[in-house]
Design a protein around this ligand. Structure first.
Ligand code: NDP
Ligand code: MG
Length: 384
């Protein structure tokens, strides 16, 4: 029986994870979970899963839920996230919160020897160096949930690690892949939220359209697989059937293919190195799909992807600035405070505004994250 802490249980990955875990009640048990604002869905999950511990977003929510579920222990905010992730019973922490709030509970869990099934890519972008060092020190596994990284992980599991030449990450292109830059000026939030292939949370859907998501994934891959940026390639693959590929030193390509169903990478992260059938599997027939297309990524069309390589190579606090500025900008766009193209402008401005003299520490990176948020929020207020 694998005991799971599910951080971000009410989200898109969270709900898929509940489906995976509850399909095999003899193999998985969610012993702790967290959510932030959605108390209705959260309460339904407590009812269904009967966890020992629940982290919530506010004191009022705790009071309300503690009265309703007297057998469950509750915590609030960062403390609640950390407690849920480090509970004695927990074997693996599935990090499905959005944004840099995922960092502290992930680090705390690693230090307590818990394996990490990582969906929360922002954590690795911000602090990949420290997360991977700690994982090695405490001998824990970081198992990717992101579909591209799961695909690469699965290909590398064919004992090809020593033969690896390059990674090829596929990108669907997001909601606006067929628009040119001039056409982006007038796009709406509603259009941005219509992803062609995947149903996901709002922030990552916006990130997919700006190619920020792919940029974050490039940095995530750099840390997860310990590979130089020059050996990470991105190709446009509109069908989202090939989830990613590896290239070996003799030129052989290995790819992982499958339907657009996040339950697969979630389940693999939980069953690795074994596999289980997926309950109510999505239909998948390559003869019906017929064609798979691959095109080069246009850095001029998608400047946020090029910027990911720049900040990734610079290292230190740069990826943190890139990520934090985007978190604020993407949320401001979701709240109708800024236009679509302002997301890119704000991220670029934040990166250009940042300079770094010395090597940074983890504590400094956390501070850089905070400062960037404050600065970008101020810019949004001033411009609005
Ligand atoms: P959602 O927005 O659907 O869900 C986010 C979850 O995090 C919710 O449970 C939410 O709680 C909680 N949350 C939000 N803000 C906070 C906060 N400040 N403190 C604590 N908890 C918070 O996101 P997704 O499921 O789409 O994505 C989650 C992560 O997985 C992201 O890092 C994303 O990049 C990554 N990912 C997602 C994929 C997908 O298919 N969706 C694919 C690959 C990676 P509440 O609902 O109560 O507000
Ligand atoms: Mg992905």
């Amino acid at each position: 029986m694998k005991k799971i802490a599910l951080l971000g249980a009410t989200g898109s990955i969270g709900i898929n994870s509940v489906d995976v875990a509850t399909a095999y009640p003899d193999k998985f048990k969610i012993v702790s979970l967290t959510f932030h604002s959605n108390s209705e869905k959260g309460a339904a999950l407590i009812e269904q899963l009967k966890p020992q511990y629940v982290g919530v977003g506010s004191e009022e929510m705790r009071t309300m839920l503690a009265a309703r579920f007297p057998d469950v222990k509750f915590g609030v905010g960062e403390e609640g996230l950390i407690k849920a992730a480090t509970l004695e019973d927990v074997d693996v922490v599935l990090t499905a919160v959005t944004g840099s709030v995922g960092l502290k509970p992930t680090m705390a869990a690693i230090e307590r020897g818990k394996d990490i099934a990582l969906a929360n890519k922002e954590t690795l972008v911000m602090a990949g160096k420290w997360v991977m060092e700690a994982a090695q020190k405490y001998n824990v596994s970081i198992l990717p949930v992101d579909s591209e990284h799961s695909a690469i992980f699965q290909c590398l599991n064919t004992q090809e690690k020593g033969n690896l030449k390059e990674l090829v990450i596929t990108a669907s292109g997001g909601s606006f892949r067929d628009l040119n830059r001039d056409e982006l000026e007038f796009v709406t939030l509603e259009e941005a939220l219509k992803h062609p292939n995947w149903s996901m949370g709002k922030k990552i859907t916006i990130d997919s359209s700006t190619m920020m998501n792919k940029g974050l994934e490039v940095i995530e891959a750099h840390w997860l697989f310990g590979i130089d940026y020059d050996r990470i390639k991105v190709v446009l693959h509109k069908e989202s059937i090939v989830h990613s590929m590896i290239v070996l030193k003799d030129g052989a390509y290995l790819a992982q293919l499958g339907p657009s169903d996040m339950r697969e990478p979630i389940q693999y992260a939980l069953t690795y190195p074994n596999r289980l059938p997926i309950k109510d599997e999505k239909s998948f027939d390559l003869t019906k799909i017929g064609q798979l297309n691959f095109e080069p990524m246009d850095f001029e069309r998608f400047p946020m992807l090029e910027l990911a390589f720049t900040v990734g190579k610079k290292g230190g606090g740069y990826p943190t600035v890139y990520n934090a500025a985007n978190e604020i900008a993407a949320n401001a766009f979701l709240e109708g405070k800024i236009s679509y193209l302002q997301i890119e402008e704000l991220v670029l401005k934040a990166v250009q505004n940042y300079t770094e003299a010395n090597e940074v520490t983890l504590e400094e990176v956390i501070e850089i994250d905070k400062q960037t948020r404050t600065i970008v929020e101020r810019w949004i207020k001033e411009e609005g």
